[in-house]
Ligand binder design. Structure first.
Ligand SMILES: [Zn+2]
Length: 457
C-alpha cells in the first residue's frame, strides 16, 4: 500500500526525480563515453587536492604529479595509489581541504570490518546526488514511491544538522520505520516482524550484519508484506544472502559501498555482480595481496576529504561482459573476502562488529586494530594492537563496557598483541566466534596470536 502523503512529497520534488532519471540514463550509455566525461572532473579534483589538501600536496609532489597532464581517461594510471596506511599515518586535518567550509564536513569512520579503521569526512555537498542514488537503487530492488521502508540499524549516533537534514531527504516519498538491531533478541524479533507486516513494509534495508541478526532470530512464516531486502556497506556472503531470502521470502539486493566512496556499485535484478556508478566514482583493480585483484576507487564528489585511486582493501575484479539487464557499466565480481561473524548470547541477542567497535571509538589514537574472539562458551578475548598512548585504564574501561554488552554472561579479557593474525582470506576478521575459531584451529595453526612482550591484561 502506498502512503498518499509520501507520494505527495515525492511528487513535489521534481529536482530529485530529475537526478534519479539522469543517473539511470547514464547506466545505459556506452561506458567509454561516461569515462571520458569524468576526465575533467578528475583533473579538477587532483588540482584542488594538490592546492588545498596538505597530504596530497606532499604525496603527489613527491610523485611528480601534474594535474594538467590528465588529458584522457587512460592518464589516470599515472597517479599513484593511496592506501589506508597512507591515510592512517596522517592526522585528519592534514587530509582535509583547507578552503572548504567546516559546515560541509560530515564526520565518519571507515567501516573497519577489516584492517584498521580511520576517521574521515564525507562531503555534504554531494547530498542531492547521494539521495538520488539511494532512491534509484531502491527502485531497482522493486520499491515504488510511497511504499514503506524499514531501516534496520544500530542506535543513532549524533549527526551534524546538515547530515540529519539529508537523512530525512533521502527518505522522501517513503514512510519509514526504524528497527534497532541492538535490541533484537528471541523475544523482540517476533514483535518487530508483526509490526513490519501490520504497517505493510515492502522493503527492508540495513547493514548485512543487522539484517542477518533479524533474520536468524525469525523462525515463523515469511512476513507477507516484505518483497525485497537491500543489504548495504558490509559484504553479505552467499550463505547469508540465501538465509535472508529463505527466512524472509524476499529478493535480496546487495551494494558495494563504503564511507570513503559511498555507493560504488549495486546489484541489478540479475544478481550477477555490482554495476559500477557511471557518474560519481571510478572503479579499477590493482594487483594486491597474494597476487589477487584488489578494488581501487576514486570518489569524484568528495572534495572535503578526497579519495583518489584509493585501495579499499577489498578483493574483487571487474567484468566488462554485457549484463542481460542492458546497463552498460562494468560490474564488480568476486567480492566476499570478508566473513561477518557474530557471537550469540544465551538470550538470543547477537553481538556483531558494531557492538564490539563501540568502546574503541574514543581510543582511535591508542588502538590500531582489534579483534573479538570467543575463546570459550562464556569467555571473550579482545586482542588489541596498540600504540604507546594505550593505558591500563583504557583496557579496563573497554573490558567493563563489553561485559555490560554481553549482559554479564561472559568474562572479557583485553589482551595486547604485536600482530592480530590474518585469516585465510588475508584479512583480519574483527569478530571470530567459537565455532569458527575451532574450525580455524582444526584446519591450521593460524589461530594463535603473538603475545606482546610484557603481556597485556
Ligand atoms: Zn545488470
Amino acid at each position: 500500500m502506498r502512503n498518499p502523503l509520501s507520494l505527495l512529497s515525492w511528487g513535489l520534488h521534481a529536482g530529485l526525480r530529475r537526478d534519479i532519471a539522469r543517473l539511470e540514463r547514464l547506466y545505459y550509455e556506452p561506458y567509454e563515453k561516461t569515462c571520458e566525461a569524468k576526465v575533467a572532473t578528475l583533473r579538477e579534483l587532483v588540482r584542488h587536492a594538490m592546492e588545498n589538501v596538505p597530504f596530497y600536496r606532499e604525496f603527489y609532489g613527491k610523485a611528480g604529479v601534474v594535474a594538467d597532464d590528465l588529458r584522457t581517461f587512460d592518464d589516470l594510471k599515472h597517479l599513484p595509489y593511496v592506501c589506508k596506511e597512507d591515510f592512517r599515518k596522517v592526522p585528519i586535518e592534514e587530509r582535509t581541504a583547507r578552503n572548504i567550509s567546516r559546515r560541509r564536513r560530515r564526520p565518519a569512520t571507515t567501516s573497519g570490518s577489516t584492517g584498521q579503521p580511520f576517521s574521515l569526512y564525507m562531503d555534504l555537498a554531494d547530498s542531492p546526488m547521494e539521495t538520488a542514488a539511494h532512491n534509484l537503487f531502491q527502485i531497482w530492488s522493486g520499491w515504488r514511491p510511497g511504499e514503506r521502508v524499514a531501516y534496520v540499524r544500530q542506535k543513532f549516533t549524533k549527526m551534524p544538522f546538515d547530515a540529519t537534514r539529508q537523512w530525512f531527504k533521502t527518505r522522501l516519498g517513503m514512510s519509514t520505520i526504524r528497527v534497532l538491531s541492538d535490541e533484537l533478541d528471541r523475544e523482540t524479533v517476533p514483535k518487530v516482524m508483526e509490526e513490519l507486516v501490520a504497517k505493510r513494509v515492502t522493503l527492508l534495508q540495513g547493514y548485512a550484519s543487522s539484517l542477518c541478526t533479524l533474520a536468524r532470530q525469525w523462525r515463523d512464516a515469511r512476513p507477507s508484506s516484505i518483497r525485497s531486502v537491500i543489504s548495504i556497506a558490509e559484504t553479505l556472503t552467499e550463505d547469508d544472502a540465501r538465509m535472508l531470502s529463505e527466512r524472509l521470502g524476499a529478493e535480496v539486493f546487495r551494494d558495494y559501498s563504503m564511507n570513503e566512496c559511498m555507493r560504488a556499485g549495486f546489484e541489478c535484478d540479475r544478481h550477477d555482480g555490482y554495476h559500477v556508478d557511471p557518474l560519481r566514482s571510478i572503479v579499477e583493480t590493482a594487483k594486491g595481496y597474494r597476487g589477487q585483484d584488489e578494488i581501487v576507487v576514486t570518489n569524484l564528489t568528495n572534495r572535503v576529504h578526497p579519495f583518489i585511486r584509493y585501495r579499499a582493501g577489498d578483493v574483487g575484479r571487474l567484468t566488462f561482459d554485457p549484463c542481460p539487464c542492458g546497463r552498460r557499466t562494468p560490474r564488480i565480481e568476486g567480492l566476499g573476502g570478508r566473513v561477518l561473524d557474530v557471537i550469540e548470547l544465551p538470550s538470543g541477542k547477537e553481538l556483531n562488529i558494531h557492538v564490539f567497535g563501540k568502546p574503541f571509538r574514543s581510543y582511535e589514537h591508542a588502538v590500531d586494530c582489534w579483534q573479538a574472539r570467543q575463546v570459550g562458551e562464556r569467555e571473550l578475548e579482545m586482542l588489541v594492537e596498540v600504540s604507546e598512548a594505550f593505558s591500563d585504564a583504557m583496557a579496563e574501561r573497554i573490558r567493563e563496557e563489553l561485559e555490560a554488552a554481553t549482559e554479564g554472561t561472559m568474562a572479557v579479557r583485553v589482551r595486547k598483541v604485536d600482530r592480530i593474525p590474518l585469516g585465510k582470506n588475508g584479512k583480519r576478521d574483527r569478530v571470530v566466534s567459537l565455532a569458527r575459531l575451532r574450525a580455524i584451529r582444526g584446519e591450521s595453526d593460524e589461530g594463535g596470536a603473538t603475545l606482546a612482550k610484557g603481556g597485556g591484561r
